[in-house]
Design a protein around this ligand. Structure first.
Ligand code: ACO
Length: 322
């Protein structure tokens, strides 16, 4: 049986650029504070009528522009998102319909910023079980629609975007090696997106928007990125010296730097684009991967380490040879 990996990859970011200075007019904040605390200079916001399924379809269309046959043999679609068009139907079903995959399996996966890496592992499982031949994994978010734009603690952090990958057979010596997935609901109240009525460990709330304890999330993120990165490298039989590129979840440049120290890979071998897109949750890893492939940093045969953390709290790390 051939190994499994990513056989096609696309990405999309909405056209509307929101700079740090754009927040100064309506929030008590300043561009310098945002950049120095987070590393973010600008992010993209979807148009008023552009929702997560549309952003996700943008990434699939990019994938198809690069490889028109990429969706043949796809018989399952997973959309990793925490900003779905609706709680029901799944955003995956809406994306599948728009790209001509009507009738295939489709479901959403809710592990926040870990969602894309989780999705790759779930796709691998569906194929290994014989349920699917190839799986389309989309990480798509329109977080600008769910974040309270009057809350300076969260509004400045997030952006909109999507990535789409087809998972399927790849030649020997390439593709996925190991995954490490985890979650701890005890940290659920450190980072959450409210429902109309929301119950969390410790109580319930009735209000929209993102709730976040930034310092708690920061500490959790550094620890879990470091630990899960080291764990997946050990599981693969690799050390940090074997890693050509780390592709981390892009939440905050300081989190990435601190986590890198924990697994001992220099920033010169780490893909960073949080400065231009902010935190696009499940879309950050495929957006960063696509960018580093397009500019030639990541090349065939390179050893990659993917690491992500998010609401749940959750984490996901994976090793793969590109
Ligand atoms: N502009 C100006 N001041 C601000 C802003 C803002 N936008 N936001 C907060 N402040 C203030 C705070 O109120 C605080 O004031 P105080 O000292 O009077 O209370 C001060 O700035 C310092 O706040 P800290 O929380 O200490 O700042 P910190 O250096 O921790 O940075 C940040 C805050 C950027 C949120 C950081 O904690 C962080 O990045 N945490 C992780 C958040 C994250 O990654 N979330 C997404 C997770 S991924 C997912 O699943 C979606």
């Amino acid at each position: 049986r051939p190994p499994l990996g990513i056989t096609a990859l696309g990405a999309y970011a909405p056209a509307r650029v929101i700079s740090n200075a754009d927040f100064e007019a309506r929030l008590e904040t300043n561009a310098e504070w945002i950049e120095s605390r987070t590393g973010i200079r600008e992010r993209r916001f979807a148009a008023e009528d552009e929702f997560t399924s549309d952003v996700g379809v943008g990434a699939v269309r990019d994938l198809l522009a690069r490889d028109p046959d990429a969706l043949s043999e796809v018989d399952a679609v997973i959309c990793a998102t925490v900003s779905p068009d609706a709680l029901m139907p799944s955003t995956a079903a809406l994306i599948a319909m728009q790209v001509g995959l009507t009738g295939v399996a489709a479901f959403d996966l809710s592990t926040a910023c870990s969602g894309f890496v989780y999705g790759l592992s779930v796709a691998q499982g569906l194929i290994l079980a014989g349920t699917a031949r190839r799986v389309l994994v989309v990480g798509a978010e329109a977080l600008s629609k769910v974040v309270d734009q009057d809350d300076r603690n969260t509004a400045i952090l997030f952006g909109d975007g999507a990535g789409a990958a087809v998972v399927g057979p790849v030649p020997q010596g390439y593709g996925f090696q190991q995954f490490v997935l985890g979650a701890d609901g005890a940290g659920g109240s450190s980072l959450y997106i409210r429902c109309a009525a929301t119950k969390l460990p410790g109580g319930f709330e009735m209000a929209p928007g993102v709730g976040m304890n930034g310092r708690e999330v920061f500490k959790f993120a550094v620890r879990v990125l470091g630990d899960s990165g080291n764990e997946v490298l050990a599981k693969t039989g690799l050390t940090s010296r074997d890693v050509d590129w780390v592709v981390p979840h892009q939440a905050n440049i300081r989190i990435i730097e601190a986590a890198n120290e924990r697994f001992g890979v220099p920033m010169s071998r780490t893909v960073v684009n949080v400065d231009r897109y902010g935190n696009t949750s499940s879309a950050t890893v495929p957006l960063a991967l696509r960018e580093a492939l397009d500019d030639g940093r990541i090349q065939e045969g390179h050893q990659l380490l993917l690491v992500a953390f998010g609401g749940g709290l959750s984490w996901a790390a994976g090793t793969m040879r590109w």
